[in-house]
Design a protein around this ligand. Structure first.
Ligand code: ASP
Ligand code: MG
Length: 412
């Protein structure tokens, strides 16, 4: 891909990239350089590093459950600061720039405060600004409901803002600048052999993001796939090549596995001795769905006595709510009891090559068994296999799987 030939690109700078006055000036310098190669640049920015967290704790000081509508008004101010500062820094360098808040465009979302979904974005204002030769600097993460309330897209949502604009403007691609250099075969913090990928498919990236790789907002990849927006993930702290997230290409198929991920922060709940009758599963899961609790893995074992154990995982922060609901159902259906385990982690391997290569799962299980790591739950999709294990073995499991599938070495 020729980076210099682009006509219109969207760049997104995350919190650490604009984390201080110096960093914002550095981003302005980088934009100035790119401006010599690319006609039109739209820049989406996040709040300065730590700012959104600071605002959330301020909100919590007003009460345990601040009204989400007002919390969104508060949180969106973080991005308002950074678009203004970056536009000033650009102007200071002699680059024409104009900031845009969501209501000025607007970016229309649904009414779900703190987790809003973009419904429509208007680009006339941006196109006009670009036509004037300006760099358009857009506040990420925020939106506006049709009735005029400010919303936010969920933590990390600026990535999604950037991809939505890249799609709406039919940009050549979307660059996402962060503090890591790209997408790695596993977390470089826990394995020195982690290797940066040159490319990864949308599908592979979606699995990695959903399974704990924290580089990109999950919804942004979904959107990129839907509108075929090429994403380049790279660091704003150096000029090294990043990772392309794009449609699966032939040369990706060579790789059996593209990465190993892990996720902590989920808990396992088991409903024991559930009578084996039609409808019991729905009795257990309907209340959870109604409370908006995200259930991840589910397994059911039928014992010889015709009673089943139903085990599933939920996010740690939902444990109390989920337990309450499940205990009530368990009593109603005559189950033997409810059990929970907080000390678990999910370790997953992801890769398109799994589709055409049998035996990947058994190899994974063998590798874990060799180290005496017990598998508590398993789930699979076409391109991933996840195992729930004891949280103590998370890092060990990532390292041995990374080595066993030979993910280190030369870049693909
Ligand atoms: N500032 C928001 C957050 O910290 C959005 C973002 O960074 O993408 O979650
Ligand atoms: Mg971010």
């Amino acid at each position: 891909m020729n980076l210099n030939k682009a006509k219109l690109i969207v760049q997104k700078y995350g919190g650490t990239s604009v984390g201080s006055v110096e960093r914002i000036k550095e981003v302005a310098r980088r934009i100035e350089l790119r401006k010599q190669e690319v006609d039109r640049i739209v820049v989406v920015v996040s709040a300065m590093a730590g700012e959104t967290d600071r605002l959330i704790s301020l909100a919590r000081e007003m009460g345990d459950t601040p009204p989400l509508r007002e919390q969104d008004v508060l949180l969106s101010s973080g991005e308002q600061v950074s678009v203004a500062l970056l536009s000033m820094a650009l102007t200071e360098r002699g680059i024409k720039a104009r900031s845009f808040l969501s209501f000025q465009l607007p970016i229309v979302t649904d009414e779900r405060h703190a987790a809003a979904i973009i419904k429509d974005i208007r680009v006339e204002g941006l196109l006009h600004s670009l036509q004037e030769g300006e760099v358009a600097v857009v506040a990420g993460f925020q939106g506006l409901t049709p009735s005029g309330s400010i919303t936010t897209l969920g933590r990390g949502g600026s990535d999604t803002t950037a991809v939505a604009f890249a799609a709406a403007l039919d940009a050549d691609y979307c660059e996402i600048y962060t503090d890591v250099e790209g997408i790695y075969t596993c977390d470089p913090q826990i394995h020195s052999f982690a290797r940066k990928l040159k490319k990864i498919s949308y599908e592979g990236m979606m699995e990695l993001a959903g399974l704990g790789a924290k580089v990109l907002h999950n919804r942004c990849v979904e959107l990129a796939r839907k509108y075929n927006v090429k994403i380049l993930v790279r660091s704003s702290f150096n000029n090294n090549e990043g990772t392309w997230v794009c449609e699966e290409e032939e040369d990706m198929e060579g790789a059996l596995i593209s990465g190993v991920t892990y996720k902590r922060g989920e808990v396992k709940i088991s409903v024991l001795g559930v009578p084996d009758k039609p409808g019991v599963a729905s009795l257990i899961f309907i209340p959870l769905a109604e409370m908006g609790i995200n259930v991840d893995m589910i397994i059911q074992n039928i014992g010889r006595n015709k009673a089943a154990d139903v085990t599933f995982t939920v996010p740690e922060e939902e444990l109390e709510k989920a337990l309450q609901a499940v205990q009530q159902v368990a009593a109603e259906i005559g189950a033997e009891g409810v059990d929970c385990d907080r000390n678990i982690a999910k370790v997953s391997i992801v890769g398109g090559g799994m589709r055409s290569n049998p035996g990947v799962a058994s190899r994974m299980f063998q590798v874990l068994a060799r180290e005496g790591i017990n598998i508590l739950m398993i789930s699979t999709s076409e391109i991933k296999i996840s195992c729930i294990i004891d949280v103590r073995y998370t890092e060990l499991a990532v390292r041995i799987l990374h080595d066993a599938f030979e993910l280190g070495g030369n870049s693909v």
